[in-house]
Design a protein around this ligand. Structure first.
Ligand SMILES: NC(=O)C1=CN([C@@H]2O[C@H](COP(=O)(O)OP(=O)(O)OC[C@H]3O[C@@H](n4cnc5c(N)ncnc54)[C@H](OP(=O)(O)O)[C@@H]3O)[C@@H](O)[C@H]2O)C=CC1
Ligand SMILES: C[C@H]1O[C@H](OP(=O)(O)OP(=O)(O)OC[C@H]2O[C@@H](n3cnc4c(=O)[nH]c(N)nc43)[C@H](O)[C@@H]2O)[C@@H](O)[C@@H](O)C1=O
Length: 317
């Protein structure tokens, strides 16, 4: 693994999040014992001086950048200034401090929303910066594009081995189940479980139900992150997904089936649909040698098991 042996000093930023939690489980399971973590209360990554001091003191050799201001369509469109500022600052501070302290390799996490709203489907890496972005998450996407550019220019100018993975929509154990702030899959899972328990006749689904989305189980993403850290050194975004998508209505029906809920779906047209489709072209990562393993049905079952047995799942507004 490009030098990342079991003793390597690894900083995992965002270890309490959906993605960071999955990477942490995986690193621990594989015997990586020299891990550095901080909560946002211990180290606010928007604070340049604090980030500089942390890197100078801890001297990580490898960095997984999974800390970010993250949310679903409503949070993104309600708090665009925070999504832009926080994510610009986090990325600039962590990437620059990594450069200054000689980090050997950094993996930056972006998102499929970086691609133009009307780019050809499936979305190829080459479509970056070829057209206007989707309005509901433009601020977040601009910050994520800036982070890719930082990695690429630090590679070009300084020779830093900084790479960028672009996952599709994620879900799994450790997700945020807040009904306003979360993404669609955890939100629908919680609403449908609660509707079954209350014998409610219907469940509210935002928008028209027609937008298409692709979902990757977060443990598969963690596997991809380790694969990329171990095997890949190149500039530009690297798509990570399953290559399959489905309509939001179909997703709601699938969750209802797994939950055992037989009520109606009520579509709320006052809520935004967002981008009509964002299916990833995953051929580049496939050629490099990685593919996802967990089907959506199995992933939903695992997430449902976790959610049902977790007394207080994470709720972040
Ligand atoms: N969820 C998804 O569907 C997708 C996520 N991604 C990307 O994956 C990455 C991780 O996302 P995800 O795990 O879902 O997000 P989460 O919201 O689950 O976790 C993000 C983590 O970032 C940390 N964090 C946030 N702000 C700060 C800050 N100012 N200083 C330090 N730490 C901070 C939080 O730490 P703490 O808990 O200590 O407050 C939190 O645990 C992001 O870059 C995101 O763009 C990409 C595609 C889809
Ligand atoms: C990962 C990705 O995630 C976001 O983009 P998004 O895919 O549009 O986000 P979403 O998961 O919130 O919604 C997907 C679809 O689902 C519909 N929908 C139905 N019912 C609920 C519902 O109850 N909650 C939510 N959140 N959505 C619902 C909703 O109306 C939309 O049509 C950005 O943060 C973006 O920046 C980003 O990176």
């Amino acid at each position: 693994m490009a030098g990342m042996n079991r003793d390597a000093r690894i900083y995992l930023a965002g270890h309490r999040g959906l993605v960071g939690g999955a990477i942490l489980r995986r690193l621990q399971a594989e015997g990586y014992g020299n891990l550095v973590t901080r909560t946002s209360a211990e180290l606010d990554l928007r604070d340049q001086a604090a980030v500089k001091a942390f890197f100078e003191q801890e001297r990580p050799e490898y960095v997984f950048l999974a800390a970010a201001k993250v949310g679903g369509i409503l949070a993104n469109s309600t708090y665009p200034a925070q999504f832009l500022y926080d994510n610009l600052m986090i990325a600039a501070n962590v990437i620059h401090a990594s450069h200054k302290t000689g980090v050997r390799k950094l993996l930056n996490l972006g998102s499929s929303c970086i691609y133009p709203r009307l780019a050809p489907q499936p979305l190829r890496e080459e479509s970056l910066l070829t057209g206007p972005l989707e309005d509901t998450n433009r601020a977040y996407a601009v910050a994520k594009i800036a982070a890719i550019e930082l990695c690429d220019h630090y590679r070009a100018q300084y020779g830093d081995d900084f790479i960028s993975a672009m996952p599709t929509n994620l879900y799994g154990p450790g997700d945020n189940f807040d009904l306003q702030g979360s993404h669609v899959l955890p939100a629908l899972m919680r609403k449908i479980v609660e509707a079954r328990e209350a014998n409610a006749p219907q469940v509210e689904v935002w928008g028209s139900g027609t937008p298409l989305r692709e979902f990757l189980y977060v443990d598969d993403l963690a596997d991809a992150c380790l694969f990329l850290m171990q095997n890949v050194s190149e500039s530009g975004p690297i798509n990570v997904g399953t290559g399959k998508d489905l309509a939001i209505r179909e997703l709601a029906e699938l969750i209802a089936k797994e939950v055992g809920y037989t009520g109606q779906l009520a579509f709320d047209a006052s809520k935004p649909d967002g981008t009509p489709r964002k299916l990833m072209d995953i051929s580049h990562l496939g050629k490099l040698g990685w593919q996802a393993e967990t089907s959506l049905q199995i992933g939903i079952q695992k997430t449902l098991d976790w959610y049902s047995s977790n007394v207080s799942p994470r709720i972040v507004e």
